[in-house]
Each structure stands twice: as C-alpha cells, then as structure tokens.
Write a protein that binds this ligand. Structure first.
Ligand code: HEM
Length: 416
C-alpha cells in the first residue's frame, strides 16, 4: 500500500522558512494534516517530519546519515567544518566517545559548582549597578564556566570579547544579511584563537591539566589512530564552548518563566532537586530554541507507505515535536508538573535532539545543560532579589534563535 507523500507546491520555500521560523513545519503539518510531507528548500527536495513516531525513524542509523546534511550557512557559523555533527558510523561513534568521556558524574558536579561560584561573583557586582541585562550578564558567566571547565585560559579583561565571539556564532545561524557575515567572522576568529592554544599544547609551550577537554581533544586519536588536525580540534573545542554559552538563551527564558508563571515558582523555595528539574525541563520543552535538525536518507526505504529516496534532505521538527498534541496534553500550557509523569521517552521530548547519545547525534551536552539550568534557576529563585522594570518581554517565533526582546532587564539586584 504505497501512498503519495503530501507535497507542498511551488519552486522553493526557503524564504517562507526564514519568514515563518519555528512555525514553518507546524503550519504545513496543519494544512496538510500529516506528520510527514515534502517541500523544497535551498533548491532541493526536502522531507519534514514531526512527532515521536517520526523521530524514532529519523534516529534509525540504518535509515539516515548526517554527511552533507547541514546547509552551508549553518556550517559557516554554527557548526564549523569537520565536526562530530557531520560524521557517520564508526568515525562518529569514536568522536562522540571523545565528547561523552567528559560527561562523568564528577565532571558534571564540577561544572555545576563552577556555575554557582560564577553566579555568586557576578551577583555581588550587580548590587552596585542601577540595572543589569540578565542575558548579557549570563553569557559572561558561562564564558568563564566554559573556559575554566575545558582548560582554556581566559583573562578577566578578555571575558566580554570572548563572550561576544562565542555567542555571535549561535545568534546568527541562518541569517542571509550582514549578521551572517558577523557570525562567519566570529567563527574564523574563534577557530584561530583555539588553534593557537592547541599548537602551544602540542609543542609543549603550554601546560594544561590532563583531565581538561583542551588536553583530551588535543591528544585524541581518531578511529584510525591519528591525531586530529589542529583545526578539527578547534572546531570540537568550540563545540563545547559555544553551546555552554548558548545556555544563556534558556536562562533568559527561565527568567521569563519565573515572571510569567509565579504560581509555579512557589514550590521551588526549598531548592528541591526534583522540582528544579521539572521546571527547567518545562522551560526546555515550552520555549523555542533549535527549530529542527537535519539528516539525509541513507538508503531508499518505505515508512507508513511513503517512499524516502536515498539522499533526500530530511528535517525533524524539534520544537513541533515538543508541542505535538499526539505526544503532550495541553502542549501550549507551561506546566512543570507534567514532568513528574513523563515516561523518559527518547523521542517525544527532544529540545536537544532525540535517540541515543553514544551511537546517535543526540546533544552531547544535554546533562551539562540540565545541571547549569538547575543551578541557575535555584540561584535566581532562592539567592537573588530583583525587580523587573517596564520592558518588552515578548519574543518572536520567527527569529531563530528566539530570545526575549528586552533580554530581561533587572533593577535593585541584591543577594539574599
Ligand atoms: C548536538 C541542542 C547545549 C554539544 C545538538 C543537537 C541539538 C542540540 C538540537 C543536534 C541533535 C541532532 O542533530 O540529532 C542544544 C541546545 C543546547 C545545547 C538547545 C542548549 C544550549 C550543548 C552543550 C554542549 C553541546 C552545553 C557541550 C558542552 C553538542 C554536540 C553535539 C550537539 C557536541 C553534536 C552531537 C553529535 O552530532 O553526535 N545540540 N545543545 N550542546 N550538542 Fe548540543
């Protein structure tokens, strides 16, 4: 029982994707009444998938591959070339293990402790300022955390520039205007910065602790026993630094949620781990961040009567799956308690990708993200007093990444 896949007419819909942002796949899923449909993007045929059932198929390594899946503009800013995101099979497993080896319980404990220390230091300074912008401040906090945790040296006077450099790569992933140039320039500067460090470590001009990512990646041998090219080491270290700083986006949304849903905040007063966890999980489910992820069909196959032809670009709707009515009750309500009941499925809650960590492309930094968010939520709720002055707290569903417009201004900041 072969079926024709629902198909959007027209030559190309890249412009609509840029205009509709997070709603692009959802809008078409609604009009075509289907979790699977075909459209055209960047002059290519593209299949779009939504919901947990489709996610299961998308994360089947026999059906999809990543080689050649990331569009050029995204490679030039967000990911860089030659990184783990574009690898498949044995090369991917080996490289991914390099990342996952940094995610032990002790590593996570350390990064959480660093987060607390740097919140505390920053908050002390905020007490003497009339107003702070939370998103901008947290980018600096997380730049310090990221550099310290990975072993990348950072002087106090460099913090602001490095924070800007790392965030320009994720603040401009898909723009086709001047901002894209900004992101592209940031990437080439950041790669130079880190490559120099790697050269210094390799030539014994710089000492770095053995347990640190800078050391581990510099001396990592690939699946064929060879050291990685210095540029690839830099790309992969930036694959740690950049997204750690990007957690600022979720912290800005956490600040927004605290303000918008005060009735959900009262249960956090004791700083209980479970309650903190449910709240930040709901932040990651409810607010938009990564709209979708991309792969290509590895070998032609059929699913639910639809043919997926070899090499077809395929997008999995991450935001849309987190809000899919087949997977979530009242998906458009902010309800942290829903996580008390959540099954833990690797396919229905996928803000940072789904499937498995080791053999799939699920985000290597998901546990770090959760720990940094819990610590930050606890700090905001239980260790800080502040006022939110008049400001525009709205965010756009068509700009990727979405960030509250005012970036969360705070006045009268005091530690408690
Ligand atoms: C992959 C989101 C934080 C490192 C991914 C993917 C997404 C994602 C959607 C791709 C999943 C896929 O294609 O199937 C996020 C979000 C974050 C975040 C929203 C919050 C700020 C982090 C952190 C790190 C990190 C903190 C590292 C410390 C990576 C790496 C990959 C990845 C290395 C590639 C994994 C692979 O290809 O196997 N992330 N991430 N991310 N993320 Fe994250």
């Amino acid at each position: 029982n072969q079926k024709n896949m629902p198909k959007e007419k027209g030559l190309d819909h890249t412009l609509s994707l840029l205009q509709e942002g997070y709603q692009f796949i959802i809008n078409r899923r609604h009009t075509m009444q289907s979790n699977v449909f075909e459209t055209k993007l960047l002059g290519e045929k593209a299949i779009c998938l939504s919901g947990s059932e489709a996610a299961k198929v998308f994360y089947d390594n026999d059906k999809f591959k990543r080689e050649g899946a990331a569009p050029k503009p995204v490679q030039k800013t967000l990911f860089g070339k030659g990184g783990v995101q574009g690898l498949d099979g044995e090369a991917h497993r080996h490289r991914k293990a390099m990342f996952m080896s940094l995610m032990s319980k002790d590593d996570l404990k350390e990064i959480r402790q660093l987060t607390k220390t740097h919140w505390e230091k920053a908050a002390k300074d905020w007490e003497s300022q009339d107003e702070i912008v939370l998103y901008e401040e947290v980018k600096k906090i997380l730049t310090k955390v990221a550099c310290e945790w990975t072993g990348v040296p950072l002087k106090e006077e460099e913090v602001e520039d490095r924070a800007d450099l790392l965030s320009e790569m994720f603040e401009t992933p898909a723009e086709v205007n001047l901002n894209h140039f900004k992101g592209w320039r940031a990437r080439s500067k950041a790669e130079k910065w880190i490559e120099t460090l790697v050269e210094e470590v390799r030539s014994n001009d710089r000492e770095v602790e053995k347990g640190r990512a800078l050391y581990a990646f510099t001396w990592h041998k690939d699946h064929e026993g060879k050291l990685l090219d210095e540029n690839i080491v830099a790309v992969e270290l930036i694959n740690l630094l950049r997204p750690i700083v990007a957690i600022s986006v979720y912290i800005a949304f956490t600040g927004l949620a605290i303000n918008q849903y005060p009735e959900k905040v009262t249960s956090l007063a004791e700083g209980e781990e479970d309650k903190l966890q449910w709240f930040i999980q709901e932040v990651r489910r409810y607010y938009p961040f990564f709209p979708f992820t991309a792969a290509k069909v590895k070998e032609t196959f059929t699913w639910e009567g639809y043919t997926f032809e070899k090499d077809t670009l395929t997008l999995l709707d991450l935001y849309g799956t987190n809000h899919h009515p087949d997977d979530w009750d009242n998906p458009d309500r902010f309800e942290p308690e829903r996580f008390a009941e959540w099954s833990g499925s690797p396919f229905n809650f996928i803000p940072q990708g789904g499937g498995e960590f080791d053999i799939g492309h699920r985000c290597a930094g998901e546990w770090i993200t959760i720990d940094i968010l819990k610590e930050s939520l606890n700090y905001l709720v239980n260790h800080l007093d502040y006022t939110l002055p008049e400001q525009d707290l709205s965010f756009s569903m068509t700009e990727i990444p979405a960030i509250p417009k005012s970036k969360i201004k705070m006045t009268n900041v005091k530690r408690t």
